[in-house]
Structure formats: C-alpha cells, structure tokens
Write a protein that binds this ligand. Structure first.
Ligand code: PRP
Length: 213
C-alpha cells in the first residue's frame, strides 16, 4: 500500500493558497475544492490526505503526530513553541507582530505597562528582553479595543495591511518580528516519511524561490 502523507492545512484564505502550492508540487486532491462542510480529503492514488483545521491548531496536530506535516504561521510557532521541525518559509501569509497604542501614548517607565494580547508568550519575551515590567491581559480577539477602553496601555498583535489599527485610531510603536507561513513536520513522521517529505520540500522550495525572483 502507498504511504499516505497526512497534511494539516489552516482553514481559510491562506490554507487555500497553500493547497494550490501542494497541488503544483505533485499532491493534488481536487475534491478539496468542492464546497461543503467536509474537513478531510484524500487522494489515495497520490498518497495524500488533507485536513482543514483551525490555523492556531495546526501545530498541535503536527506535534502529536495526527498530521505528518502542516502549515502554521510563525506567530503560532513563536507563541506555543511546539516540538516540531520547521522545514521551510513558504513566503506567503506575510504580516508582522507589532506593538501598537493610541496616538497620544507616552510610556511612563515608572509604572507597570498594561499589555493586551492574544500572544502572551511573545509579548512576555519581548518585554523581558527590554527589562520592562508588564501586566499581561490575555484576550482572544478584537484586541484593538483594549487601549480605546482603557483596559490596556498597548497591544501586541498581528498587523497585516494596518487597516484595523487605522480604523481604530491606533499606531504601531514597534515591530517585534516579521511573520510568514511555515511548513512544519512531526519529528518521528519525518523519519518514517523522509523520502515523501523531502520530495515535497524540494518542489515547494522551487516554488517559493521562483516567487522571489
Ligand atoms: C488579525 C489581527 C488584527 C488584524 C490585522 O485579526 O488580530 O486584528 O488581523 O490585519 P490588518 O492589519 O490587515 O487590519 P484576525 O482577522 O485574525 O481576527 P482576530 O480578531 O480573531 O484576531
């Protein structure tokens, strides 16, 4: 029987773009394009099985071996530090992790800084490296509201186009790290399926290089 490569893809626009890259790389599964609520798609002949999962859950599936490989944002990898191999920067899904605040914000270093974020680990490490005392307020979304309502002084969040900040009268005060989508692999799975994964890696690498030219 053919070896099946189990792939966790992030549900949404990024996942669809990444699927197209996998298809071009020799792992097509046309049924994935059919509309519906199905989450698992298989092309037995080509030896691939795709799962649509929540973007922030991809690394969990891969770390625990439910998927051999997957695509996760660098933000998720930095935040949760999963024990996986990071094989390739796919050069898509580009954005940045930034600190933002109201336009009139002035940092009073004598006081603990209140930081609202979904990325507590990233924010904690960033301020630790600066030796700044902070109070982290962990939120699950709509982070931009926090400084407006006085819940926090600053936010640490993803900025892509900058539209969300602009429309809520916030400005970037520092960029922490650039973010993009990464191909990740389960450590044991990579050993067992290295031939398939390395072949795919070569094809994807060629595509990301061609995009850079
Ligand atoms: C992300 C992020 C910002 C927004 C940035 O939110 O948290 O709110 O995108 O994009 P922009 O710079 O192009 O405006 P997402 O849509 O992932 O939803 P969330 O509220 O669940 O974080």
């Amino acid at each position: 029987m053919k070896t099946m490569l189990n792939v966790a893809l992030p549900k949404g626009r990024l996942g669809e773009k990444v699927y197209d890259m996998f298809e071009k790389a020799g792992y097509p599964c046309p049924s994935i394009k059919e509309s519906g609520r199905k989450l698992i798609f298989e092309n037995e002949e080509r030896g691939v099985r795709y799962f649509w999962v929540k973007p922030s859950d991809v690394a969990i599936y891969v770390e625990r071996g439910a998927a051999d490989i997957g695509v996760a944002g660098k933000d998720i990898l930095l935040e949760y530090e999963p024990d996986v191999y990071e094989l390739l920067d796919l050069n898509t899904g580009k954005c940045r992790m930034a600190v933002a605040a109201k336009k009139d914000f002035r940092d009073d270093t004598g006081r603990t800084l209140r930081v609202a974020t979904k990325f507590s680990n990233i924010a904690g490490n960033y301020y630790l490296s600066k030796g700044r005392d902070i109070d982290i307020i962990h939120l699950n979304g709509s982070i931009e509201i926090a400084p407006i309502l006085g819940l926090s002084d600053v936010i640490v969040d993803i900025v892509e186009t900058g539209a969300t900040l602009r429309e809520n009268d916030l400005v970037v005060i520092d960029t922490i790290v650039p973010i993009s989508a990464r191909l990740i692999a389960n450590k044991a799975g990579y050993k067992f399926k290295s031939r398939e994964i390395d072949g795919l890696l070569r094809e994807l690498n060629a595509q990301t290089e061609a995009e850079n030219d």
